[in-house]
Design a binder for this molecule. Structure first.
Ligand code: SAH
Length: 491
């Protein structure tokens, strides 16, 4: 069937893409429709027609799915952040669980995925946890449930057609700014900070950045909060050598409850990247402090730090459980960031080695080891695919356990290959992308390892993303012999 652009159809949503778009069919021809959920009967307009599929725009919901809920946020539909807010939280979790299971099966070739998967760990208020009745979901009980959980926000700054400074969020798949200082995923303090900075910019005529013309000063406002410490960092990303009216900026932010650091990051490039190379502190400390469990961390503006501290604790505890440490193990934490996992594991290991490509993060990792009195951790700056082979070839390093937590694109082939040569008994793979996780797991399974346990953790409620921890164990030739003997005895 060939459909035409701008044609209007009534369809039923039967499935969902990895990005959270609903999928419906017209005589077998698939249409992807944003803002719809499985079970919705909707009227849509075909807006982009390709050979084998099309994108539709939702015109109206004829009959809502039983799983549909009213989003809390008034800009949920325009904003590119929460792609699943109109789906009940329980169904969001089941969708993510299914996504991990499917990837492991289809891409990873793991046929018994359902048998080795633990329930997905979600965020529930005490009340909601009581009524939850689904064996595929494990509730982590926390104060706000799946809301106001983020500790980091990056707000783009721009100008509207009347010349007013605006700040908020990008609309989906675009750089159009929706002027909305309040976000239900962020800490409540963000709106106050944004309003103060907007007032400051108006008063001193500090221009917002105009992306099209590559002109203007303030590009983004980065806010970080140490959830357990209450310490706040505000960093302005600017398209200028230095910040105009910096004393006045400090004055306008000094009154924010918990403010610990005000800093500037310079980015004068024409780029989609938010942060530039050079950063300096205007007021207060270069870092803020936070803790996960009983480990304390210093975090600077540029370092990677997990955005959901409540679930990070659960994630790291799962990684620790899978690592199975007794105190005598040598552990490698590859893609270690500011050493968060490394330090979490160090107290239970003989020695932990961390590898990370961002030098500032490694500096933080070393400082963090000192801050916690941890002396059995060593950190290397460099790419995993360079540092691991070098350490293996020059110093014949080995590992009992390797933990990896790579960015979305997964592990580099050379890094994986060296990991296998280091012959760890266990590999704990922490991943924010089930597809690349499944690809790497498949390779590890073809090269001597087997998947023992899988646990999805919901770090990003209301978005389509899911984090997963996987335990892989070395397949030993002895395993086979044991089985043979057992069979022999049975005869
Ligand atoms: N384990 C940390 C960080 C995980 S995010 C935590 O839980 O906080 C992934 C990290 O990998 C980032 O800090 C990023 O800077 C780093 N990274 C990206 N590519 C890398 C590479 N090729 N080699 C080493 N580190 C890399």
């Amino acid at each position: 069937m060939q459909i035409q652009k701008n044609e209007i159809f009534d369809i039923t949503i039967e499935d969902m893409t990895n990005e959270g778009e609903g999928i419906g069919k017209i005589e077998g021809f698939p249409l992807f429709v944003k803002d719809t959920v499985i079970g919705d009967r909707v009227q849509i307009k075909a807006v982009k027609v390709k050979k084998n599929y099309a994108y539709g725009r939702l015109i109206k919901i004829i009959k809502p799915s039983a799983d549909r809920v009213k989003p809390r946020c008034i800009v949920a539909r325009q904003c590119g952040g929460c792609t699943l807010q109109h789906l009940s939280y329980e169904k969001q979790l089941l969708y993510k669980y299914g996504k991990v299971a499917n990837c492991l099966k289809r891409i990873g070739g793991i046929q018994n995925a359902a048998a080795i998967m633990e329930p997905i760990i979600g965020m529930f208020s005490e009340e909601e946890a009581k009524t939850l009745d689904n064996h595929l979901i494990y509730p982590n009980v926390c104060e706000n449930g799946p809301w106001n959980y983020r500790n980091k926000a990056q707000f783009p700054v721009g100008i509207d057609k009347d010349g007013n400074v605006i700040t908020g969020f990008y609309a989906g798949r675009s750089h159009v700014i929706i002027d909305q200082p309040y976000c239900h995923l962020q800490s409540e303090v963000c709106a106050d900070i944004l309003n103060r900075i907007k007032d400051f910019m108006r008063e001193y005529n500090v221009s917002p950045y105009d992306e099209g013309k590559h002109k203007g000063v303030v590009r983004h406002i980065l806010i970080r909060e140490g959830t357990s410490s209450g310490q706040i960092m505000v960093c302005l990303i600017i398209n200028a050598d230095s910040m105009p009216y910096e004393d006045e900026l400090v004055e306008c932010l000094e009154g924010v409850n918990g403010i610990k650091s005000i800093c500037i990051n310079v980015n004068q490039e024409k780029t989609n990247r938010i942060l530039g190379e050079r950063a300096y502190t205007l007021w207060g400390s270069d870092t803020i402090e936070d803790s996960i469990g009983d480990v304390r961390y210093h975090i600077s503006a540029k370092s990677f730090y997990q955005v959901n501290p409540v679930q990070t604790r659960v994630l790291y505890e799962k990684a620790l459980e899978y690592a199975g440490l007794t105190g005598s193990e040598t552990v490698w934490d590859v893609y270690c960031g500011i050493g968060t996992i490394s330090l979490f594991l160090a107290r239970r290991a003989k020695h932990v080695y961390g590898v990370e490509v961002v030098p500032e993060a490694v500096k933080d990792a070393k400082d963090n080891a000192g801050l916690n009195g941890i002396s059995n951790a060593t950190f290397y700056v460099g790419k995993a695919e360079k540092v691991l082979p070098r350490e293996y070839e020059e110093h014949q390093v080995k590992a009992d356990v390797i933990v990896v937590d790579p960015p979305r694109k997964g592990c580099d082939g050379k890094a994986l290959e060296t990991m296998v040569r280091m012959e760890p008994e266990r590999i704990v793979y922490v991943s924010c992308d089930p597809a690349t996780l499944a690809r790497d797991v498949r390779w590890l399974c073809e090269n001597g390892y087997e998947v023992k346990r899988v646990c999805p953790v919901d770090m990003f409620a209301h978005s389509g993303h899911v984090e997963t921890v996987v335990l892989l164990s070395q397949r030993k030739p002895d395993d086979v012999i044991e089985v043979e003997i057992e069979l022999g005895e049975m005869d």
